[in-house]
Design a binder for this molecule. Structure first.
Ligand code: C2E
Ligand code: MG
Ligand code: MG
Ligand code: MG
Length: 285
């Protein structure tokens, strides 16, 4: 069995699970049940640090799947599968609700308010009842809209449709924050930065990872920050792993930092302890 072979035994899955339609179907069923029965999906939380205030800004909620045979799976192992099998909407909705419930629990435990951000696929973003769903989640959990942020990709915004614009405007009117994830990696027209009511852009990790050595990346990041600021958008540097990268982004005027240098994504319990110890603290030096 998979268990006796241990986690991450790729041979087992490439020969048995991925090829056979019956296993695919079982996988589909397993994931659907994990979401619908509310057991199996887990959120990890990665902090974002505000460089201007030198305080914790909030957490990004990142989904994992506690698979009965394969262990804890990262999104790369099941998100595109979920998109292909029509399961991404129920996952994204589960994530948004679970993240808001967690925020409520942290508030109730007396922690200072923080922003929680969730990732949203283009498929979910284009559901006609998305705005209503967001409203329901916020009212059910008693979370003020300003503490919820939705991360979209350039692909989602690429279709310059009236529907995209109307949805973004409705979400902004609600008071929810909107950001562009993995900025700079997708096909996009820069026109949407002006057209859409966005709060921030998140510079993709691929631009950050070779800094400070790679001069081209440094120039690109500098240009992105300047452009964003001139449009009144805030900028997050993703994937910051070293002090040199932290210092560089700070010197270039980047607003927020996210990455392993600050913290890896953590379980909710670890994120609670992390907040209790680090919340009032100054940035890592
Ligand atoms: P993302 O939204 O760009 O999230 C950041 C990813 O980069 C996370 O991977 C995080 O663990 C990783 N990361 C953060 N800091 C560092 C760093 O310093 N170095 C390196 N090497 N990596 C870092 P994760 O959790 O595996 O998520 C991967 C992607 O899966 C996310 O990328 C997002 O696009 C997607 N995803 C995660 N949760 C959801 C969800 O609930 N719904 C949807 N639709 N997509 C999700
Ligand atoms: Mg994200
Ligand atoms: Mg990202
Ligand atoms: Mg990314």
């Amino acid at each position: 069995t998979a268990k006796s072979l241990g986690q991450g035994n790729h041979q087992y899955y490439s020969t048995h699970m991925e090829v056979r339609p019956s296993r695919l179907l079982a996988q589909d069923q397993l994931l659907r049940e994990a979401v619908e029965k509310d057991h199996g999906l887990v959120l990890h939380y990665q902090p974002l640090w505000n460089l201007a205030t030198n305080r914790l800004e909030g957490f990004e909620a990142l989904v994992r799947w506690q698979h009965p045979e394969r262990g804890l799976l990262p999104p790369s192992e099941f998100i595109s599968f979920a998109e292909a099998r029509g399961l991404i909407s129920i996952i994204d909705r589960w994530v948004m609700r679970a993240a808001c419930k967690q925020l409520r629990a942290w508030c109730d435990a007396g922690l200072p308010s923080v922003v929680v951000s969730v990732n949203m696929s283009a498929i979910e973003f284009n559901q006609s009842n998305l705005v209503t769903e967001v409203q329901h989640v916020l009212s059910d959990t008693g979370i003020d809209p300003q503490w919820l942020e939705i991360e979209l990709t350039e692909t989602t915004l690429m279709k310059q449709s009236e529907h995209v614009l109307a949805t973004l405007n409705a979400l902004q009117k609600l008071g929810v924050r909107l950001s562009i994830d993995d900025f700079g990696t997708g096909y996009s027209s820069l026109a949407y930065l002006k057209r859409y009511p966005l709060d921030k852009i998140k510079i993709d990790r691929s631009f950050v990872k070779d800094t400070p050595e790679d001069a081209d990346d440094v120039s690109l990041i500098k240009a992105i920050i300047q452009m964003a600021h001139s449009l009144s958008l805030r900028v997050v540097g993703e994937g910051v792993e070293t002090k040199a990268q932290w210092d560089l982004l700070k010197a270039m005027g980047c607003d927020l930092i996210q990455g392993y240098y600050l913290s890896r994504p953590m379980t909710a319990e670890d994120a609670l302890r992390w907040q209790q110890h680090r919340c009032q603290m100054i940035a890592p030096q």
